[in-house]
Structures are given as structure tokens and as C-alpha cells.
Design a protein around this ligand. Structure first.
Ligand code: ADP
Ligand code: 5GP
Length: 217
């Protein structure tokens, strides 16, 4: 609809740096409204109710599903995650660009419901870097990290379903590139970030993730 903001979906493997990038994007630029999801996973140390997530029980989450309170929701590594409808719809109507930081099943549902949404997949420079970011964050047990790596290997199959890919190697550079890409894409599709131009890199990461999951570190 005319005057509406752009709906932007950011996905990427756990540990790729999505949360870090979103925090910086919001701090450095005033253009964006970041949707806060609801989840049934327990808060990590330092996470604040209503800032990183709205934390809920399974019962509360299922009640919100029944009320059609989410524009999408999905199950990820044993927990529910969902995007509350009211905030997204009001911000878009007010002309704001709204960012959803969500996983791949949710991203595909958004693409179906909102064909004009822009889908971007954030990649780590290598699977090894991903593993060291995940362990370095220090928020998950080795068992959960292994689950998330397996999930990353599965998700890597769907990268070509995204409009753009971006590599988060140097954080500062990535924040600038991301903002530029989001602004430019208001005008026309930005060719250089399309997955088709990064097939070799995507395939290399897929191979590395498979090896990592098999324990070949
Ligand atoms: P995600 O939200 O994708 O799961 P996080 O934003 O929590 O990932 O980042 C995972 C870890 O990697 C954090 O400890 C973060 O500080 C670190 N990190 C993020 N981006 C970079 C980067 N470009 N270079 C090095 N470390 C990074
Ligand atoms: P984490 O537990 O690391 O915060 O998030 C796990 C995964 O859930 C990440 O891939 C994150 O992008 C995704 N996620 C967070 N919120 C939502 C949401 O509202 N919907 C969906 N589908 N995925 C989400």
C-alpha cells in the first residue's frame, strides 16, 4: 500500500551475529522499527523482558496463537517463537521500515503473506567462525550449541529462497553495508547481494557445516 513502510526479514544461523547487527543498526540509524518477538525459551543472562523478547509460557503462547495474535510463528530447537501482529501492522501503516529477526520457516511464511517483504540472510565468514562465535557468546551449553549447528546445516539448504545474502565478517563494515542495502532497495533491487552471485560461498559454508556437525572440526 502507498505510504507504507518496508517489511524486512533478517535470518541467519544462530551465532551469525544477527542480534549484534540489529542492535547496532537501531543505535546508528533512526530509520527502523525492530519487532520484538514472543518466545517460550527461557531468558539468557542479561536479557530483559520486552527488550530482547516477550517471554511466555507455552500456555500463554498458544493462547495468543488462538487469538490470531501473530503474523507468523514457528518452533525452533524445542521452543516457540512468534511475531506479534499489532506492532508490525501499526508501524508499517505509520510508514516505518519494520525489521523482523526470525528463522527460516517464519521467513517463508512472511514471504507468502507479504510478497513485497525483503528477505535477507546473514552469513558468517566460515563455519569455524560461527562455532567460535557461538561458544564465545557463552550463553548455551555444548548440547544446545550442537542442536543449533545441526539446525544451521538444515537451514543452509534454504538460503536461495532469500532475496539477499550478506557476510558478517567485519562488524562495522557489515552494519554500514546493511543500512545502505536497505535504503537502496527502496528504489530498486540491489544486484550484488543476490544469492545467485554468491553460490560458491554458500556451497562452501554448507559443506563446512556438514563437516562440523559430523564432528570434523
Ligand atoms: P545471533 O543473534 O545471530 O545468534 P549474536 O548477535 O548473538 O548472534 O552474535 C554471536 C556472537 O558473535 C556474539 O558474542 C557477538 O558478540 C559475536 N559477533 C557478532 N558479530 C561479529 C563479528 N562481525 N565479528 C566477530 N564477532 C561477532
Ligand atoms: P535465539 O534463541 O537465539 O534468540 O533465537 C533462535 C532463532 O529464533 C533465531 O534464528 C531467531 O532469528 C529466531 N526467532 C526469533 N524470534 C522469532 C520469531 O518471532 N519468529 C520466528 N519464526 N523465529 C524467530
Amino acid at each position: 500500500m502507498k505510504g507504507e513502510g518496508l517489511l524486512i526479514v533478517i535470518s541467519g544461523f544462530s551465532g551469525a551475529g544477527k542480534g549484534t547487527l540489529m542492535k547496532r543498526l537501531i543505535e546508528d540509524y533512526q530509520n527502523y522499527a525492530l519487532s520484538i518477538s514472543m518466545t517460550t525459551r527461557p531468558p539468557r543472562q542479561g536479557e530483559v523482558e520486552g527488550r530482547e523478547y516477550f517471554f511466555a509460557t507455552r500456555e500463554q503462547f498458544e493462547e495468543k496463537i488462538a487469538q490470531d495474535g501473530f503474523i507468523e510463528y514457528a518452533s525452533y530447537c524445542g521452543n516457540y517463537y512468534g511475531t506479534p501482529r499489532a506492532y508490525v501492522e501499526s508501524q508499517l501503516a505509520a510508514g516505518k521500515d519494520v525489521i523482523l529477526e526470525i528463522e527460516i520457516q517464519g521467513a517463508m511464511k512472511i514471504k507468502e503473506k507479504y510478497p513485497d517483504a525483503l528477505l535477507l540472510f546473514v552469513m558468517p565468514p566460515s563455519a569455524k567462525a560461527l562455532y567460535s562465535r557461538l561458544t564465545g557468546r557463552g550463553t548455551e551449553t555444548e548440547e544446545v550449541i550442537q542442536k543449533r549447528l545441526s539446525r544451521a546445516a538444515e537451514e543452509s539448504v534454504g538460503i536461495e529462497g532469500y532475496d539477499y545474502v550478506m557476510i558478517n565478517d567485519d562488524l562495522e563494515q557489515c552494519v554500514r553495508q546493511l543500512h545502505q542495502l536497505l535504503q537502496d532497495s527502496h528504489l530498486a533491487p540491489v544486484e550484488e547481494y543476490k544469492p545467485v552471485h554468491h553460490i560458491e560461498f554458500i556451497e562452501e559454508i554448507r559443506k563446512q557445516l556438514q563437516q562440523l556437525v559430523k564432528g570434523e572440526k
